[in-house]
Design a protein around this ligand. Structure first.
Ligand code: UD1
Ligand code: UDP
Length: 374
């Protein structure tokens, strides 16, 4: 069985790494296709190094652009590669434009699509990611869902229950496998003192960083939270907008804020696991925070990861300055509140999602259930 893996951005590289490891461990045939949506060293190559991944067999090199232009370029490029490589299945992950283009190109060629992290829904169609997830799920044959809740979303949309596989999220596989390596290899913590209450901050969601009022409100909250040591590896999209809206220099001038380039995975994992709390609008970070028992304040008004909120480890604080500062300070002043957040149970599984993904795929292949007509 030949598996094609399509990825294009930082989180897809991280979350597909355990699946690629599993495929290689079993000596299976595979082809790795990078769309090139993320291309800066610290947004792409660094993760291949940190996670010891093989170089992609193909890089379509789409770079940045509008959604339409990028997706069109990817569709064309992926189709060409798939026609040449003739895989038995195409695997995509998550909700980026690579998922949209990869799933669509494959299904049109009658190649079955397996969607890793299928079934997530924010029910907010203004988010580009929501559209990508929904289209990918329409095109998919196999659904590797992280939780029962995502399985229910798909059942409500009429997906065949036999094709929904509750595997857990591969993000947990990546966290558990790499945290020990990170504590050996990374010296990121040497930059901080025991007394620092480290806050890992990440921000890149279009609805936050492309909107000057919302971005300003979040940055005001950050500037106000002087009792914390806020570490902010800045996503390229965010850096551009902070500079455009005149906010970057305000952060540079704040003694309690450390601005950095996007960090490598091992450094970031170690920093995150040693943080007092996480402030983020990232999808993956909501999952990683609960995996490491770190309270998460999510800078959004909805989430496609409601399990983290229901478990008690994540609070949606939106882009509201007072909500952000008030909740952060409550964590500082109310130890019981913080303890309850830290004790939230991880809904994303036991770190063996990638094994299940490959096992179940092989089983369904053996049973002849992956054909388009099956
Ligand atoms: C993309 C995904 C988002 C995911 C995020 C992970 C889509 C629609 N969005 O958002 O779901 O959460 O990746 O980080 O697929 N840029 C660089 N260098 C790079 C990459 C981007 O400078 O290596 C800059 C460019 O100015 C670009 C902007 O960042 O226009 C946005 O990049 P893009 O890939 O369009 O979306 P992300 O915000 O990264
Ligand atoms: N991450 C990283 N370095 C950073 C910021 C994030 O390695 O400076 C990792 C983080 O551990 C997580 C992933 O990047 O696994 C999340 O990516 P991102 O927030 O860009 O995308 P999303 O998950 O929102 O799609």
């Amino acid at each position: 069985m030949k598996i094609a893996i399509i990825l294009g951005t930082r989180p897809e590289i991280i979350k597909m790494a355990p699946v690629i490891d599993e495929i290689r461990k079993r000596g299976m045939e595979f082809v790795l296709i990078h769309t090139g949506q993320h291309y800066d060293h610290e947004m792409s190559d660094q993760f291949f190094i940190d996670l010891e991944l093989p170089a992609p067999h193909h890089n379509i090199g789409v770079g940045s652009g509008s959604h339409g232009a990028m997706t069109a370029e990817m569709l064309r490029g992926v189709e060409e590669v798939l026609l040449r490589e003739e895989p038995d299945i195409v695997m995509v992950q998550g909700d980026t434009n690579a998922v949209l283009a990869g799933a669509l190109a494959a299904v049109k060629l009658h190649i079955p699509v397996g969607h890793v992290e299928a079934g997530l829904r924010s029910f907010d169609r203004t988010m580009p990611e929501e559209i990508n997830r929904m289209v990918a799920d329409v095109c998919s044959k196999l659904y590797y869902v992280p939780t029962e809740e995502s399985a229910i979303n798909l059942l409500m949309e009429g997906v065949d229950p036999e094709m929904i596989l509750v595997t857990g999220n591969t993000v947990v596989d990546a966290c558990l496998r790499n945290i020990e390596i990170a504590s050996r290899k990374s010296d990121i913590l040497s930059e901080f003192s025991e007394d620092d209450r480290i806050v890992a901050l990440t921000l890149h969601r279009a609805e936050n960083v492309d909107n000057p009022e919302r971005l300003r409100s979040i940055i005001d909250a950050i500037l106000e939270l002087e009792e914390f040591r806020i570490v902010f590896p800045v996503h390229p999209r965010t850096r551009k907008n902070l500079e455009r809206f005149g906010l970057y220099s305000m952060l540079q001038d704040a003694a309690h804020v450390t601005l950095m380039k996007p960090m490598g995975y091992l450094d970031f994992l170690l920093l995150l696991s040693n943080s007092f709390m996480v402030l983020t609008d990232s999808g993956g970070l909501q999952e990683e925070a609960i995996t490491f028992n770190v309270p998460c304040l999510t800078l959004r008004y909805n989430t496609e990861r409601p399990e983290t909120v229901e478990a008690g480890g994540n609070i949606l604080v939106g882009a509201d300055r007072e909500m952000i500062t008030g909740t952060a300070r409550r964590l500082l002043e109310d130890p019981d509140f913080r303890r309850r957040m830290m004790e939230a149970e991880n809904p994303y599984g036991d770190g063996h999602a990638s094994e299940r993904i490959i096992e179940e795929t092989l089983r369904l292949h053996r049973e002849g259930k992956l054909g388009m007509e099956a």
